[in-house]
Design a protein around this ligand. Structure first.
Ligand code: ADP
Length: 255
């Protein structure tokens, strides 16, 4: 993994869809090596926040910075170039390709850079094909799926595809990894493995943003938790501090 990235800071982020304020003045700090949980009821702005950090949405107000360096708005590819990787709520996988090929895509420059950058880096990329494959096998090993490398991806179960997506994101050796409900549809045993994997990833220095409904997983593995409600921070702090807030629990449960 990359050594000690600077903190990733969101300041005063506001994003509205028409008249609806999905995020309303959000401050958030992600730190290297820390698992940061983002929780809140449906519609509270969690996925929108993740989309802002990964560059898929452009906020109307506020700023994002990696250390002192502002992040350019509206360019998911350049976010990947800065070491910010993500997974999706519904895994985005090429069914006709093998599991290994799907993971290798995460490490190809063309998959992430602008066209101009891809042209400049293409020769190196071709020469590195073998290395890319070796890296992909290591990433699959990290998520415990090396035995499935040669399978067509559409033969895998949904839960396995979630781990394939994480392997693909690891190919970037991300400074920050954004996970959008990775535990959805997983069995209790798979969630335990997922928690262990996220711990290992953060122990290597990657900062993780975990958007998740599964409260046990959040409180179990996060060093910091932010609770959103109506696009604003309702509470934040260490898991024990956040748990102590009565209003947090009721908002989280939607009561
Ligand atoms: P969460 O992830 O916490 O469930 P979201 O970030 O998905 O919440 O959504 C926050 C609010 O923004 C919701 O009211 C949702 O309906 C709205 N929203 C999200 N994405 C869009 C979009 N692309 N267009 C219009 N409204 C959206």
């Amino acid at each position: 993994q990359r050594p000690a990235a600077p903190p990733l800071r969101l300041r005063g982020i506001a994003l509205h869809f028409g008249g609806l304020r999905a995020i309303d003045g959000l401050d958030l700090v992600l730190r290297p090596g820390e698992v940061h949980g983002l929780i809140g009821p449906n519609g509270s702005g969690k996925t929108t926040t993740l989309n802002v950090i990964s560059g898929y949405y452009q906020p109307q107000q506020g700023s994002l910075a990696l250390g002192e360096a502002p992040l350019a708005m509206g360019r998911p590819e350049s976010r990947a170039g800065q070491g910010i990787a993500r997974t999706f709520q519904t895994p985005r996988i090429i069914g006709e390709a093998t599991v290994l090929q799907n993971v290798m895509i995460g490490g190809t420059v063309a998959g992430h850079a602008t066209f101009a950058e891809a042209m400049l880096w293409l020769p190196r990329q071709a020469a590195d094909e073998a290395r890319l494959e070796a890296d992909a096998r290591l990433a699959l090993q990290a998520v415990g799926l090396e035995a499935l490398a040669g399978f067509r991806a559409d033969r895998l179960q949904h839960s396995e595809l979630r781990f394939v997506e994480i392997a693909r994101a690891l190919m970037l050796r991300p400074a920050y990894l954004l996970l959008d409900e990775p535990a959805a549809g997983l069995s209790a045993e798979e969630i335990r493995r997922l928690g262990q994997l996220i711990r290992e990833i953060s122990a290597h220095g990657t900062g993780v943003l975990l958007v998740e409904h599964h409260a046990d997983l959040i409180f179990d593995i996060c060093g910091h938790v932010t609770v959103l409600n109506l696009g604003r921070v309702l509470a934040e702090g260490r898991p024990a501090e956040v748990r102590a807030h009565k209003e947090v629990i009721s908002a989280y449960l939607g009561a």
